[in-house]
Ligand binder design. Sequence first.
Ligand SMILES: Nc1nc2c(c(=O)[nH]1)N[C@H]1C(S)=C(S)[C@@H](COP(=O)(O)O)O[C@H]1N2
Ligand SMILES: [Mo]
Length: 553
Amino acid sequence: MDVIIDRTTDTGPTRAQRLARTLLAGVSGILAAGVALGVAELVAVAIGPTSSPVVAVGQGVIRLTPEWAKEFAIRTFGEQDKVALVSGTFILLAVAAFVLGLVAVRWRRAGLVGVALFGAVGAVAALAQPGAGPATVIPSLVGAVAGIVALAALARQFGGVAPTGPAGEGPVEDAATAAPAGSLLSRYMQDRKGPGFNRRGFLISSGAALAVAVAAGGAGRRLLQQRFDVAGARAALRLPAPKSAAPALPAGVDLELAQLTPFVTPNRDFYRVDTAIVLPQVDPDTWQLRIHGRVRRELTLTFDELKSRDLIERDITLTCVSNEVGGNLAGQARWLGVPLKDLLAEAGVDPGADQVATTSADGWTCGTPTKSCLTTPDAMLAIAMNGEPLPIAHGFPVRMLVPGLYGYVSGTKWIVDMELTTFDAFDPYWVKRGWKADGPIKVASRIDTPRGLSETRAGRTVKVAGVAWAQTRGIDEVEVRVDRGPWQRATLAAQANVDTWRQWVWDWTPTGSGLHTLEVRATDGAGVVQTGTRRPPFPDGSTGWHNVVVTVT
Ligand SMILES: Nc1nc2c(c(=O)[nH]1)N[C@H]1C(S)=C(S)[C@@H](COP(=O)(O)O)O[C@H]1N2
Ligand SMILES: [Mo]
């Protein structure tokens, strides 16, 4: 642009001046993006949470992220994987917006078209959300228009291609009081013939843009949460009594050792794994579950109907296939729900339908062997967890559970649809991404205490303790060894039932000082000894013995 680059005179822009202009142009782009997203967020209040381009694009990124990147994210950020992903998306967006700002200052049209393209991406992502109607594109489109208006207003302050009058007209008197970057830039601009940088205009329009972005975005987020929040409905829910209560936990089920995972995992500590950026808010008053496909009689259940059926209450340990050896993606809770086998018997399952395909309110899909649903007596549609309605993060109002299967093939949260089909006919979410279609839980064991790299003294007895699980088979034996010595039998806590994990403890009196390695392995109720072969979670669950290294002084 002729305004900046003029190599014929020695009053051409200095590096600092060019940098100032670049920075302010980039900031304009970021502010315009903020206006677009803020306005879109506010408009989404009228339409629905998944019509927000922030949410829709974030979900789209999750859906399209390749498996290796996802594994890396889970390995690196654990349960913070989604936070990392959303932050990463925002950083990329900020970089793109910065560039768009530079473009807009140089080529006004092209910059504005760029904003429109981002709006289109938001609209397409919103349309791809489950249950999206044509109205879901509105927040992205209105946001894009607001972003275009903001960027046009900001870019205009850098001077247009057409001359607007002699230099020195306008904000010259402000130059002395300007902020460093602004003053450099404006002084330079005012020195030139032709259109200059309007410092005052820039301050006003950038201030206005910031105010709109923050106010609209903040109000939008808050109203979205309030308007669609089902915490009130959850709090108002009265849980019915089970027809078949869970047997009392045997004495000694919890060894109550410091540092040892408690037998029951409190709801607030329960691990959470799902693909939802914002939690689906499913109102029990309008919730319905359709059981259809290869059945004799299609069923549609309301929440009240489900709740008034014969309920069972059971202690079941849930585990995630993504759990690394020694990882904490496992938890134990007491669940209340309707046995799946009862519902399926009522619907009348076609014997050829070997897969139960389920879908959640947010469009996640899951496939479970029909046989497991029919023959695992405690497989259920759960409505309560540890005596409370399901927490929203754990599937409120209804989720599925099948003891013995990893969550990705059985644990559908916010479940709204159940279709009897075949494994040949349908691949659910994780299977499409290469994970195995059947996911029986492998026998696993973990050392909780002592912690890795902790210190202890020679001659002092320490409690080596942890948990082990092999749902539907139970745990028969746990062994520990030190420095690859002989395996030693640990003492087992009482077993609640074969579907729960089991605590264990072993007394160790280290002798020699230095580094020592403790290893654990379990044997399940079917006599299967946990394999020592180390394998990563993909594609059907990790294997290998957990070890911790302890320093003895
Ligand atoms: N709707 C929905 N349900 C889901 C998932 C999901 O991504 N979406 N993830 C599954 C996986 S992989 C696991 S391990 C369990 C975890 O359940 P939790 O979050 O209650 O511990 O939920 C399952 N149910
Ligand atoms: Mo999982």
